[in-house]
Write a protein that binds this ligand. Structure first.
Ligand code: NOJ
Length: 551
């Protein structure tokens, strides 16, 4: 039985804020919490229900706050605890909710637990992290590579052992096998929920259980031994029992390498783990091997992937729906056309995603159709992943041009350029020097311009959000893929009782035909939403057209 009051997140649309790049009020070039408060009415106007705030905790900012030094303190960069409490209060006053980022696979190496842990093998905090002896020949305990390049183990001179860091050297992995550590994490979670926070987005949460035998990875790939590990369900169930079940909150677990079958287990309410997860499968289709090895998107693969997630979770678990976040390039530049058809394709992509079952996530600037940035100089980039990758692949023989091309297409800084508020200098983001340059497209693409144009992408998102509120078929209906073999049209049907929606999206800059058998069906239907203002021949889709019919 679904219980709507407790499952409010099923009817919600989430908006992600990357604080560093959202809105700066003190002129230091870095976004801050007062800056978010200033823009809450903008978000209310958009119609979103929940804000997910990327980390604002005290941090050395090696990985923009995903390296936490103190879980219970706000970083001075962003403001104070008072500012955060005010933000929460103002979010609630406007009838919205606030979800925090929970980063507990690892901490910063400057976290006091790690500082203690490194002091000696006997230190009471030693076991909070994963320390191991090297191999007999002195090599690291396993051949695993870190996600950000280089080995995943760092040797520590003082105690003569290695510690594990799946991400940067300054992000040591926590040891979840240790019940004391788990309790500390649960206590910290309660600290935030007792303040009134409405849930957590959990960073790489399916990495917390490692295979205790620490096997060698194929070509250094340790992921089979730390993704969806042996005790993961046990840990999440314990977290649920100890913490989550006592609050009316939402949870979404970031889970690279999780299949729809895994997702069912994580999100089936009977298992009492999480509400939903972020899959990576649809985001991995335009590369081969690692994300920098680019390949063109095959739309049929994308369609079949969504079909799999939509159908396998229907009736059991719950999907999250996303095109963008702070780790992904801008969707309009990726699967759309950020030049001739920028507005058209941004709206089409929005339709395609927002008519599915699940909880949609909008990443800051997506509602403006913000595009990838192309900075000429490597020095203008800031992301640790991208900079490490450059060095590593350069050494493997990639040319500078190839590397820059990969960065233009896949670099995380594409998503992290400052929010474009208006035409003023630095897009109105800051009165100082922005920590990462503003995308030069800002004079045309900005919030002020969008709010003045009733046909803007902003108002299109507003409409899609509203539709989700009005039409239960969007939240509840089942999903059927149509025109399966068509290489450019993504078409699907949603059905709920005797109600039907047909969604047609043209992913190309050419006209595309609608399947014969569908034309008849849609002739009788009415247009629910469309990115094409002209009503015309229903048998043909214009370039990047997206349209929804109610039958
Ligand atoms: C996933 C986060 O989204 C990403 O930004 C971060 O670098 C890694 N996890 C490590 O925390």
């Amino acid at each position: 039985m679904t219980n709507r009051t407790h499952e409010w997140w099923k009817k919600s649309v989430v908006y992600q804020i990357y604080p560093k790049s959202f809105n700066d009020t003190n002129g230091d070039g870095i976004g801050d919490i007062p800056g978010i408060i200033e823009k809450l009415d903008y978000l209310k106007e958009l119609g979103i229900d929940v804000i997910w705030l990327s980390p604002v905790y005290d941090s050395p900012q090696e990985d923009n706050g995903y390296d936490i030094r103190n879980y219970r303190q706000v970083d001075d960069l962003f403001g104070s605890m008072k500012d955060l409490e005010q933000l929460l209060d103002e979010v609630h006053q406007r009838g919205m909710k606030l979800v925090m980022d929970l980063v507990v696979n690892h901490t910063s190496d400057e976290h006091p637990w790690f500082v203690e842990s490194s002091k000696s093998k006997e230190n009471p905090y030693r076991d909070y992290y994963i320390w191991k002896d090297g191999k007999e020949n002195g090599e690291p305990p396993t051949n695993w590579n870190s996600v950000f390049g280089g080995p995943a183990w760092q040797f520590d001179e003082q105690t003569g052992q290695y510690y594990l860091h799946i991400f940067a050297r300054k992000q040591p992995d926590l040891n979840w096998e240790n019940p004391k550590l788990r309790e500390e994490v649960y206590d910290m979670m309660k600290f935030w929920l007792d303040k009134g926070m409405d849930g957590f987005r959990m960073d790489v949460i399916n990495f917390i259980s490692k295979d205790p035998s620490y096997p060698e990875g194929l070509e250094g790939d340790g992921s089979p031994y730390f993704m969806n590990g042996p005790r993961i369900h046990e840990f999440l169930q314990e977290m649920n029992k100890e913490v989550l079940s006592h609050y009316d909150v939402m949870t979404v677990g970031e889970m690279p390498g999780a299949s729809p079958e895994d997702a069912r287990q994580y999100t089936d309410p009977e298992n009492e783990e999480l509400n939903m997860i972020f899959t990576f499968e649809h985001m991995d289709l335009d590369s081969e091997g690692d994300k920098w090895n680019l390949k063109p998107l095959n739309l049929i693969e994308l369609k079949e992937n969504f079909e799999k997630w939509q159908t396998k979770l229907h009736g059991t678990g719950w999907n999250s729906l996303y095109w963008n976040n702070h780790d992904q390039p801008r969707i309009v530049s990726r699967f759309g056309d950020d030049k001739t058809y920028r507005e058209k394709s941004a709206k089409m992509l929005a339709i395609c995603l927002h008519m599915m079952q699940g909880t949609p996530y909008i990443y800051q600037g997506e509602e403006l159709g913000m595009t990838n940035a192309r900075f000429e100089n490597l020095e203008d980039y800031r992301d640790i992943e991208l900079l490490n990758m450059y060095e590593e692949k350069k050494a493997e023989g990639w040319s500078h041009e190839e590397l820059m091309e990969a960065i233009y297409v896949k670099g995380r800084d594409n998503a992290r350029t400052p929010m474009q508020w208006n035409r003023q200098e630095h897009a109105g983001f800051t009165s100082g020097t922005p920590w990462l340059q503003v995308n030069p497209a800002y004079p045309e693409i900005n919030a002020e311009a969008a709010l003045q144009d009733k046909h803007s992408i902003f108002y299109f998102y507003q409409k899609l959000i509203q539709l989700r509120k009005e039409k239960d078929i969007i939240t509840d209906g089942n999903f059927e893929l149509l025109m399966r073999e068509d290489p450019v049209v993504f078409a699907y049907k949603r059905t709920n009782g005797n109600e039907t929606l047909v969604v047609l999206c043209n992913f190309s800059d050419q006209k595309a035909g609608v399947a014969e058998e569908l034309i008849q069906t849609i002739q009788a239907g009415s247009v629910v939403v469309s990115n094409d203002q002209e009503q015309k021949n229903r048998g043909v889709l214009e370039p990047y057209e997206g349209v929804v019919y109610s039958i």
